[in-house]
Each structure stands twice: as structure tokens, then as C-alpha cells.
Design a binder for this molecule. Structure first.
Ligand code: NAD
Length: 498
């Protein structure tokens, strides 16, 4: 049995709390490791370590900080196969999908190689007589990140890359479901030349998270996970005087207009609905065909594709999707499918009870499809986070637009149409953070920023892109006068620019 501890001060350390969590292989149901759950004292030790290392790192010039990421990107590419298998083994997604997870994180590491340019300040010469005014961006100090199970490579890198490039020390508290990859990333950062103590990984659960949220030496908290926890983290961090960006759950709709290329839309729905077994915050979980004819044609094309999804363990390189992450997740998803049936939705493809020969104890759920779902149903309101697609039929464009507009979540949304005017109107009016026009999963690239609206996000700055540089730094503005001012005598009125 592998014992996974923490990574503090540039090396692996064993947990001392005596508490552990099981790490499963979701394809077989076997416990393959025990991960330590940190105590408040262990979190404090990591913070002390970070506090000691950070000033020297902040004083390291930004070109040198960037070079660590150049090397790190190389190491990620060199070790890609090993890293992807490590991820798949604990998460359950296919190895190719795990590579995508890592690459989307790697791209943010590439983005922060531009840190010398990204962190430059602003300067106004002659803002008044002999007065110059300039703003500089200084690191927050110590940042912490709390990440979900579903992207154990990408999301930690979305956080630690900009935080560290900006001159901060960083404490990562990864998901206890799949902690191996985050620990390995920390090792590779050291190999890339990062000084010890700048990136610490502390495994744990609520106890560790709450210790981070109340620690007086931590200046900024980045969180990604479910909405109830995002709310808790945001509120607690703010009450403790920290800046926080907290990203929560989602219910992403795809509107299919009558003029859409239906085959394209169906393929998009298959990938966005069932890829990674629907365990993506940008998964499409609601299809909204406009008009009965579009709906009938859509459902007809979806059914055989869902029925023929290839479901397998990560070792099956032809699998479209793997198991879900835990038995609890499997039971929750099956329970929500039961609920949908009770509520009167029409279950056209039933993934409950899916069994894979040789993997009978794995946490598999077959692809499922509901038709005639309505907005008052639990299966519409709740995030299912599994391979379940709900079809909500809309009579016209306005009715379709109204659905995501009124939904509690506002992460992503897509419209499939050939009509530029409809697409343009949609993008302008919708109250959601990330919009795809004939693109099913509109995850912005590293140099733009990622974040939802409404209950999908709390805080005012997004992840990666220039927002991340703002989040991980504080602005300091200096007004400087170098004339003979003071010897000319004091001024007693409020200073204004003359
Ligand atoms: P989760 O909320 O259960 O866990 C996220 C993190 O919070 C983990 O590190 C976990 O240890 C910690 N945590 C759990 N319970 C806690 C508690 N009571 N107090 C303090 N910390 C706690 O989420 P998950 O199941 O790991 O991930 C799936 C969720 O994340 C989905 O809702 C998904 O939509 C969301 N997600 C959102 C985004 C986004 O960018 N908006 C991206 C990925 C995932």
C-alpha cells in the first residue's frame, strides 16, 4: 500500500496527524494508496516554511523566475506519458484525456514565462510639476490553492504558475481523491530550479482547508470545487481579510437552433456531455433544441451514439470514457437518474447498472439520456457531474435563451447555429461567463481568462490571463516629487495637480 504524505520545504514528508483517506483505482474499486490528512499544526509548518523562502524568491528578477517555468514546461513534455498514467490511475479518465488535462495546465506555465512583461507597472511622467506617479505590482506573499478532483493537473497549475511567477510562495491543498500528480508536479518544479519552500503541497480535508483560510500569513486563496464549498471558502477567507477567487459548480446548456449543422451539434454534445464521464465543470449537461422537429431529429441521432459509447478503464486506449471517481459519486449519479424517472422525465438511455466484464467493482455509469426535462425538476436544477444529458425542449429562441439565463449557475454555455445575428444576440444578452458559438466547451486559452458568473464564481478576478497576475499581486502606487519643493515651504490645502 502506497503512503502519500506532503511536499514541504522541497521534499516529501510523512503525515503526522494519524488521519488518512483512501485513494482508489476507480476502474477496479481497489484502494491503491493512503493519503495523509494534514492537521492544523502541519499546515502551520508549511506556512512557516513558505514565509521563510518567499522574500528571496520575490527578490529574484522576473526573467529568472520565468526560466524555472521554461524548464518546467520541458519536464512536463518529457514526462507526459508517465504523468498522464499517474493521473488516470487515480481519477479514472482515459490517458489521452489526462494528457489534455496536463496540457491545459502546461499552457498556463507557458503564459507565465512572459512574467517580466506581464508584471510591469505603469508610469506617468510629469503628473504635476516635477511629480511622477507610478504603480508597481508586488506579490501578495503567500497564496494558497484548494483544488477539485476532476482536473488534478490543470487546476493546480492554473493557480501555482501565476502565483509563483509573480514572486509568491504557494501552498497547494489538492483533492484527496487524486493527490499523486500534484505531488509529482511539485517535485518537477524543484527539478526545474524552483527554490525549496516556494511550492508546498499539503494533503488534507476540511481541517486543512479551514486552517489555510484562517492562517494570518496567507494573503490570497484560490479555490475550485463545488458551489457550497466555494461559498464557504469565499466567506471565510473574506472574513479573515484575505482576497479570494472561488469557482464553483455548473449546469452548462447547449442551444441547438433549427438551422444548426445537426451532425456537428450531435458530435459536440457527445464529447462535451460524456467525455471524462461528464465530470467537467464545462461539460454540457443540458441540450436545448429549438422547435419540435429539431428536438426529434437531435434525440434520434443521439440515442445510438450514446448506446455505443465505449466505456472502459484507463488502460483501454480506445475507450471514450472511464468510470466516475468514487463509489459515492456513482451512487449519487444513479440516485439522480432514479429521481429524474420519478419526476416524469423520459429516460431514453439508461446507464444505471452498467457493468464491465472483469471490472465489476469499478465505479462505472453508462451514458444516459433524458428527454422532456423541465426546469422545475431536480435533475435540471442540480449539477449531476456524471454522464447524463438532459434534453429540455424549447419552442423558440427566446424560450431557449431564458433557460440558462434563469439557471442558478453561469459557468459556460454554447449555441449551435448558422445565423450570425442569433449568435451575436445570444453572446450579448446571456448572463454567463464563457460562451461557445459552435464550440461546445469554450474553455478560454491561457492568455485569456477563465471564470463563470452567478453561483459558478465568487470573487472578482478570473483564473489565468492577465486577471491572474492582478489576483496574485497587490498594487502599490507611488507619487514622487523631486524638485526643490520642501524648501519652498509647506502647503496647507488639499494637494491637487496644478
Ligand atoms: P469539492 O467541493 O468536493 O472539493 C473541492 C476541494 O474542497 C477539495 O480539495 C476538497 O478537499 C475540499 N473540500 C471538500 N469539502 C470541504 C469542506 N467541507 N470544507 C472545506 N474544504 C472542503 O469538489 P470536487 O468534488 O472535488 O470537484 C467537483 C466540483 O468542482 C464540481 O462541482 C465542479 O463543477 C467543480 N469544478 C468547478 C470548476 C470551475 O472552474 N468552476 C472547475 C472544476 C471543477
Amino acid at each position: 500500500m502506497t503512503a502519500l504524505g506532503h511536499f514541504i520545504g522541497g521534499k516529501h514528508v510523512a503525515g503526522t496527524s494519524g488521519r488518512t483517506a483512501d485513494v482508489f483505482n476507480p476502474a477496479t474499486g481497489e484502494v491503491q494508496a493512503k493519503v495523509a490528512l494534514a492537521s492544523v499544526a502541519e499546515i502551520r509548518a508549511a506556512v512557516e516554511n513558505a514565509r521563510e523562502a518567499q522574500p528571496k524568491w520575490a527578490a529574484t528578477n522576473p526573467q529568472r523566475r520565468a526560466r524555472v517555468f521554461m524548464k518546467f514546461v520541458d519536464l512536463l513534455n518529457q514526462n507526459m506519458d508517465e504523468l498522464a498514467v499517474m493521473l488516470s490511475k487515480e481519477h479514472g479518465k482515459t490517458v489521452e484525456d489526462s494528457k489534455g488535462d496536463i496540457v491545459r495546465g502546461l499552457e498556463v506555465c507557458e503564459f507565465v514565462i512572459g512574467i517580466p512583461h506581464l508584471s510591469k507597472g505603469e508610469f506617468t511622467e510629469g503628473a504635476g510639476p516635477a511629480i511622477d506617479m507610478y504603480s508597481i505590482r508586488q506579490p501578495v506573499g503567500i497564496g494558497a490553492g484548494i483544488t477539485p478532483f476532476n482536473f488534478p493537473g490543470m487546476i493546480p497549475m492554473w493557480m501555482f504558475a501565476p502565483a509563483i511567477a509573480c514572486g509568491n510562495a504557494f501552498i497547494l491543498k489538492p483533492s484527496e481523491r487524486d493527490p499523486s500528480l500534484p505531488l509529482r508536479l511539485a517535485e518537477l518544479m524543484i527539478e526545474a530550479g524552483l527554490p525549496a519552500g516556494i511550492l508546498n503541497v499539503v494533503n488534507g480535508d476540511k481541517e486543512a482547508v479551514d486552517a489555510l483560510l484562517t492562517d494570518p500569513d496567507i494573503g490570497a486563496i484560490s479555490f475550485v470545487g463545488s458551489t457550497p464549498i466555494a461559498r464557504h471558502v469565499y466567506g471565510t477567507a473574506a472574513a479573515n481579510g484575505k482576497r479570494a477567487q472561488c469557482f464553483g459548480g455548473a449546469k452548462n446548456h447547449m442551444i441547438i437552433m433549427p438551422d444548426a449543422d445537426l451532425d456537428q451539434a450531435v458530435n459536440a454534445l457527445m464529447g462535451a456531455g460524456y467525455g471524462s464521464a461528464g465530470e467537467r465543470c464545462m461539460a454540457v449537461s443540458v441540450a436545448v433544441p429549438v422547435g419540435e422537429e429539431t428536438a426529434n431529429r437531435l434525440v434520434e441521432k443521439l440515442i445510438p451514439k450514446i448506446e455505443s459509447l465505449r466505456i472502459g478503464p484507463y488502460t483501454d486506449d480506445k475507450a471514450d470514457m472511464g468510470p466516475v471517481v468514487t463509489k459515492a459519486a456513482q451512487e449519487r449519479i444513479n440516485g439522480l437518474i432514479d429521481r429524474g424517472v420519478e419526476e416524469g422525465a423520459e429516460l431514453l438511455v439508461d446507464g444505471r447498472g452498467f457493468k464491465l466484464q472483469g471490472y465489476e467493482n469499478g465505479y462505472f455509469v453508462g451514458g444516459s439520456l433524458f428527454d422532456h426535462v423541465s426546469p422545475d425538476m431536480d435533475i435540471y436544477r442540480q449539477e449531476i457531474f456524471g454522464p447524463v444529458l438532459s434534453v429540455v425542449r424549447a419552442k423558440n429562441y427566446e424560450e431557449a435563451l431564458d433557460l440558462p439565463m434563469k439557471h442558478e449557475y453561469g459557468n459556460g454555455v454554447a449555441i449551435y447555429t448558422r445565423d450570425g445575428d442569433a449568435a451575436r444576440d445570444f453572446a450579448s444578452r446571456i448572463n454567463i461567463g464563457m460562451i461557445g458559438i459552435n464550440v461546445p466547451i469554450p474553455v478560454p486559452l491561457a492568455y485569456h481568462s477563465f471564470g463563470g458568473w452567478k453561483a459558478s464564481s465568487f470573487g472578482d478576478l478570473n483564473q489565468h490571463g492577465t486577471d491572474s497576475i492582478k489576483f496574485w499581486t497587490k498594487t502599490k502606487t507611488i507619487t514622487a516629487r523631486w524638485p526643490s519643493g520642501i524648501k519652498d515651504g509647506a502647503e496647507f490645502v488639499m494637494p491637487v495637480m496644478k
